[in-house]
Design a protein around this ligand. Structure first.
Ligand code: MG
Length: 372
């Protein structure tokens, strides 16, 4: 079996709410459906989410990177040669999310070829994983109400609170959530929104609320401030925007500030995410499987990775922000029960695209050959 080409289909989904955070806002769910085609008719699929405020990629740049570079780079390769595919797509520098989505689509294809779910192929440690929800910026009372809604409706007990605004608002929001849910596991993500002094003052006020960790408090390039803050705090500094690749994660761990790493399969695929996990295991650094506001396809992709490994199966994975969307492409939505997400049992990622919805939401014109 050989890969014949990769399709990159831009689509736009309606939002139920705009997600705001210190580094930007997810105002449009303008994602890209990636389809890796083969000469035997099997197709691997995944979703790419442009996050220009983090990686510089846009929907148009992701489509162009795949159509103009990555498709030709893997054409003719055996889908099971994942290391060779990784080498070829790695020849395109930057374009993190485009390359990650191609890697995920190849893994979906591998699972279909072998007739096993990706969760089993990656390690198969556990059948499911606890789900965490990210609460974006809003009025503190509304943020607390959202946490309660997710606790009651979905059984969620782990929340990442977006901070990095004015200290008083950050403290009021986190306090409101803590008062509404005294037993919830809380951690905060400033998305580089504080300066060093602000981070000191904010965290001094937040620590008595029982926060578990602090994600990207200050600019990533301010390495001295990160080290000083990490040394000061009794809970770990989480590397997210500072740890977007295997090499940058290694540099961050060497620099000594990061005490937990957020691994996101949407940017490092399964292949590099697994390598980053290995790097962290070797250094004794815990990993949280994180989110970049994926849709339902991305939630299932994350839910296929996190329970596969002993080191990640026991920590809640950030998967719930697909619920910020008013509609999605999947025929069957993610399976969330009792605070846990259960990945599909079908081969690969186990996802089925509703082709009518794809026709409705796609931004390009559907080629005649796509009917096959
Ligand atoms: Mg983050």
């Amino acid at each position: 079996m050989q890969i014949t080409h990769i399709d990159a289909i831009p689509f736009l989904l309606p939002l139920r709410r705009v997600a705001r955070f210190a580094s930007g806002a997810r105002e449009r769910a303008d994602h890209v459906l990636v389809r890796v085609h083969t000469d035997e008719g099997l197709v691997g699929q995944a979703e790419a989410q442009p996050r220009p405020y983090t990686y510089g990629e846009t929907q148009a740049s992701i489509v162009a990177a795949i159509r103009e570079h990555l498709s030709a780079a893997v054409t003719g390769l055996d889908p099971l040669a994942t290391e060779r595919i990784d080498e070829r797509i790695g020849a395109l520098v930057g374009n993190t999310v485009a390359r990650g989505a191609v890697d995920l689509a190849v893994w979906d294809l591998v699972g279909k070829l072998l007739d096993r779910p990706c969760r089993e192929l990656l390690g198969g440690y556990a059948p499911d994983v606890a789900a965490a929800h990210m609460i974006s910026h809003g009025d503190p009372a509304a943020m607390a109400a959202e946490a309660v809604e997710y606790a009651e409706r979905w059984g969620i007990s782990t929340f990442k609170v977006k901070v990095g605004r004015e200290l008083a608002v950050d403290i009021a929001a986190t306090t409101a959530i803590r008062e509404a849910l005294p037993d919830a596991e809380l951690y905060v993500d400033a998305n580089r929104g504080w300066d060093e002094d602000g981070a000191r003052r904010a965290v001094q006020a937040l620590l008595p609320l029982g926060i578990r960790s602090i994600e990207e408090p200050v600019p990533v390039d301010d390495r001295d401030a990160r080290r000083r803050l990490a040394a000061l705090w009794p809970v770990p500094l989480v590397g997210d925007e500072s740890c977007t690749s295997l090499a940058s994660t290694a540099r961050e761990l060497d620099a000594g500030a990061v005490g937990t790493v957020s691994v996101k399969v949407a940017r490092t695929g399964f292949t590099d995410s697994r390598r980053i996990l290995g790097l962290c295991l070797g250094r004794g650094i815990p990993v949280t499987v994180g989110s970049q506001y994926e849709g339902a396809i991305g939630a299932i992709t994350t839910a296929s990775f996190a329970p596969a490994f002993a080191a990640t199966a026991g920590r809640a994975a950030e998967v719930m922000n697909y619920t910020d969307l008013a509609d999605d492409l999947l025929a069957v939505p993610p399976d969330v029960r009792g605070g846990r997400i259960v990945p599909p049992s079908g081969p690969g990622l186990g996802i089925e695209i509703d082709e009518d919805k794809l026709d409705h939401y796609r931004l390009d014109s559907r080629p005649a050959s796509a009917a096959a």
